[in-house]
Design a protein around this ligand. Structure first.
Ligand code: NAD
Ligand code: MG
Length: 382
């Protein structure tokens, strides 16, 4: 029986992880559940899954959650610091980082320092501090298993291989604006961007998919997870999202992982590795998969992807600034305070005007993140 702490249990990944746990009650137990502000859903999940501990990050909601659960033997905590505490609990085997944004960094580091297995959905952690986090994981013998579908696919292509990777083929759906002209991109609305063609995800990552910043983040994530250089990661737009990614070896052979787009598959594998468990999820229908297409991404239209490659090349705190500025403009776009094409502009200007540190410590990342957010906000309000 593995005990799992789900950071962000009320989100898209978190709720799907609970479905996986519900399918295998003999193997997995939801030991910790946490949420930011969705108190009612957290309460409902806690009453159903009976975790030992729950955390509501929004402190003002503590009373509501603790009262609703006071007839059960569940410890209730509030605040961001509590996230760091609960992942260190000696009973926890696996920490699923399914919370969104920079907020994932601190609890992920705490979990690694406590030698927990990490099922990593929160890619922002590796974007911001990939070098530090992967080094810490190595030193603490903490395995990081990818939940992101592309990285799970790459991980599966690497299973059983001893040879070096020649190249990673990172597939991208291209998002809802793949065929839009530059002129059409000027006026796209949040509602249009929130309609992703293949995946039903949280709002922040759905906007990142529309700008293709998500794919840029995944390039950075792939570098740190698999130790490949940016030059050896090729982004390929594949609108059907059936080929989840591929690895090319030095003899020219390419291994790809395919499947129906369903995040429960990579979530389950991150829990069960090295085993594969049975599932009732949909299967590929080979007679009706007529068009699998592949094309190059348009880096002029999707500047965010180019900015991510540049940030990775420059290293140090640049990817941290990229992430911070992106979080600011992503939210601003959703609140209609920023246009679609302004997003990469503000990110680029923030990178140009924020402190650069070549070999940052964990504290440096926090300072630079805060500075970059202030810069991005002031550029936005200009
Ligand atoms: P979501 O918005 O649906 O859910 C986010 C969860 O995190 C919620 O439970 C929320 O309460 C919690 N949360 C948000 N901000 C928090 C904070 N500051 N402190 C504590 N908790 C907080 O997001 P999602 O789509 O499930 O994505 C979660 C992570 O997984 C992201 O990093 C995303 O990039 C990654 N991811 C998601 C998918 C997907 O299909 N949804 C696929 C690949 C990777
Ligand atoms: Mg992905």
């Amino acid at each position: 029986m593995k005990k799992i702490a789900i950071l962000g249990s009320t989100g898209s990944i978190g709720t799907q992880a609970l479905q996986v746990i519900a399918e295998h009650p003999d193997l997995y137990e939801a030991y910790v559940l946490t949420a930011n502000s969705q108190a009612d859903l957290l309460i409902e999940q806690a009453r159903r899954f009976r975790p030992a501990q729950v955390v509501i990050a929004g402190e003002s909601l503590y009373g509501r959650v603790s009262e609703a659960l006071n007839d059960l033997p569940i410890q209730v905590y509030a605040g961001a610091d509590a996230l760091e505490q609960v992942v260190q609990n000696g009973e926890v085997d696996i920490v699923l980082t399914a919370l969104v944004g920079f907020a994932g960094l601190r609890p992920t580091v705490a979990a690694i320092r406590s030698h927990k297995q990490i099922a990593l959905a929160n890619k922002e952690t590796l974007v911001v501090a990939g070098e530090l986090v992967t080094q810490l994981a190595y030193e603490n013998h903490a395995a990081i298993l990818p939940v992101d579908s592309e990285h799970s696919a790459i991980f599966q292509c690497l299973m059983g291989e001893q040879s070096e990777i020649e190249k990673i083929i990172l597939t991208a759906s291209g998002g809802p604006f793949r065929k839009f002209t530059m002129d059409e991109l000027k006026t796209v609305t949040p509602a249009m961007a929130l309609k992703h063609p293949n995946w039903d995800m949280g709002a922040k990552i759905t906007i990142d998919s529309a700008t293709m910043m998500n794919k840029g983040f995944e390039v950075i994530e792939a570098k740190w997870l698999f130790g490949v250089e940016a030059a050896d990661i090729q982004v390929v737009v594949h609108p059907q999202s059936v080929v989840h990614s591929a690895v090319q070896y030095r003899d020219g052979a390419v291994k790809a992982q395919l499947g129906v787009p369903d995040m429960r598959v990579p979530i389950q594998l991150a829990f069960s590795y090295p085993q594969r468990l049975a599932s009732s999820f949909d299967r590929l229908d080979w007679y009706h998969m007529t068009d699998l297409t592949f094309e190059a991404p348009d880096l002029d239209k999707f500047r965010c992807l180019a900015l991510a490659f540049e940030a990775l090349q420059r290293g140090g705190t640049v990817p941290c600034v990229l992430n911070a500025a992106n979080e600011v403009v992503n939210l601003a776009f959703r609140q209609e305070r920023c246009s679609f094409l302004q997003m990469p502009e503000i990110i680029e200007q923030t990178i140009a005007s924020t402190t650069f540190i070549a070999n940052p410590s964990l504290d440096d990342y926090f300072a630079v993140d805060a500075e970059a957010r202030r810069r991005a906000l002031s550029l936005l309000n200009h």
